[in-house]
Design a protein around this ligand. Structure first.
Ligand SMILES: [Zn+2]
Ligand SMILES: [Zn+2]
Length: 315
């Protein structure tokens, strides 16, 4: 999830560690039913703690694995050699987002799914909700799962491309500027998104496609892929993938997006498929050059998470 200064709503799809899997709503049954049962509201704090605990149990091992993986790769193929990722500026800020964003995303995704089913389909009971979302619904859910997964990736990426361009312009930039505020761009910077950017970005797009009928079972593959890929494109790597640079967003592709306007910051809005940038004239991959120098050049963004969350509302 940034623009007419320069960048994309979800620069790249926000990290979705802990996103729902095939048991999406079954696992969410407790908080779901609580939302629908005011009498049970007194136990809500416990349920929220449970959701946080479940999400953390998933994130910690994934984070350790990604940390080790990118430590090795960046050692041999750094785009901007100098220091390892754990010595980046504002590491604590990025770690806070890394653990906070998946919890926030999960809670709001459930809320929007419940709201969408109630408003659009008049579905209110927890059991009905679970049946409605469990394996998708309507014609899209009849397609083979791998087709639904590809459809989800392509359709969400197309929507996120345009949302990203929207976030780079006018009144939306102040929210997306948070994502662009990392001056040392590393894999762990992938989760640095303001909640407003997340909400009018990956959360909304995911919910639209699930309400359209796509089965949440695809998240078993799509979830890990988007988590890995969003960390990958932010990693300090000089990889362009050669001729495949037109097929899949790479670290060099996305690092160009994070550069200043003069360097080409208002390009490469696609999260996963550079096809959108090629089609709409925003693709930029200079030959024989690597991007260098990241951050926001038109505003001063606070460096700690509290200041960043408040920042857009103070503008
Ligand atoms: Zn951007
Ligand atoms: Zn980014």
């Amino acid at each position: 999830m940034q623009a007419d200064r320069g960048g994309r709503s979800s620069c790249t799809r926000a990290v979705s560690v802990g996103s729902f899997d095939s048991r999406l709503l079954k696992r969410e049954q407790i908080p779901l039913s609580l939302r629908l049962n005011e009498a049970a509201m007194s136990t809500l704090p416990m349920e929220v703690i449970q959701v946080i605990g479940q999400t953390m149990a998933k994130i910690v091992p994934v984070t350790i694995a990604l940390g080790l993986f990118f430590t090795v790769l960046s050692h041999f193929w750094a785009c901007n050699p100098g220091k390892p990722w754990w010595r980046k500026r504002e590491l604590i800020t990025d770690i806070c987002y890394w653990f906070f964003v998946p919890v926030f995303a999960r809670i709001f995704r459930i809320g929007l799914l419940v709201l969408g089913a109630a408003v659009l389909f008049n579905i209110h009971e927890p059991d009905e909700l679970i049946a409605f979302y469990d394996n998708g619904h309507g014609p899209l859910s009849e397609l083979p799962l791998w087709v639904q997964a590809i459809l989800f990736l392509v359709a969400s990426d197309f929507m996120l491309y345009w949302l990203h361009r929207m976030f780079h312009g006018g009144g939306f930039w102040k929210y997306h500027a948070i994502h662009h505020s990392s001056e040392d761009l590393e894999w762990i910077s992938a989760a640095r998104f303001h909640p407003v950017n997340l909400f009018i970005g990956t959360i909304l797009v995911d919910v639209i496609l699930l309400i359209a009928g796509i089965s949440p079972n695809i998240m078993l593959w799509v979830g890990p892929f988007t988590t890995f890929h969003s960390a990958f494109v932010h990693a300090n790597l000089n990889w362009t993938l050669g001729p495949f640079k037109y097929a899949l967003a790479t670290p060099v592709f996305h690092r160009w997006h994070h550069t200043s306007l003069e360097e080409g910051g208002n390009t490469n809005f696609a999260g996963t498929f550079p096809l959108w940038d090629i089609l709409f004239g925003t693709f930029r991959m200079p030959e024989n050059r690597l991007p260098d120098g990241y951050g926001v050049d038109d505003q001063v963004i606070p460096t700690e998470i509290g200041g960043q969350l408040a920042y857009p509302f103070r503008q």
